[in-house]
Write a new protein. Sequence first.
Length: 130
Amino acid sequence: MALTNCPSCNKKISDKAKSCQHCGFAVGAATEDDILRKQRFNKFKRAQSIQTQSMIAMIMFIAGFAILYWGDGPSTEYACKLSFNLINNSSPICLWHGQLQYNIAMSCSVIGFVWYVINRVRLIFMKKFD
């Protein structure tokens, strides 16, 4: 009794099994067309999953900028106390790097962008090597 991979879920099953105990695919009654169709469908599902994740990452990236520019911006008293002051023409320019809204917005944008790029690379590799 040898172990082979199920054409549907790629888990190990017995070569004498009539169906996969993991996914229920009828291995014994399957033709080459059935197996090829199931493999293409699984590849399509993986691609759709990656594309959905890419869309969520894009929305997260855009939401980061929406959070950043939501409202009036930093209050001058609070921002100047928590941030680094720069002097330009004898008037302070307050950078609001210490505020929670800024940190959440930048984190959301960076994570969304990196996640999007990773998903695009995964999609390219999946199309190239499958």
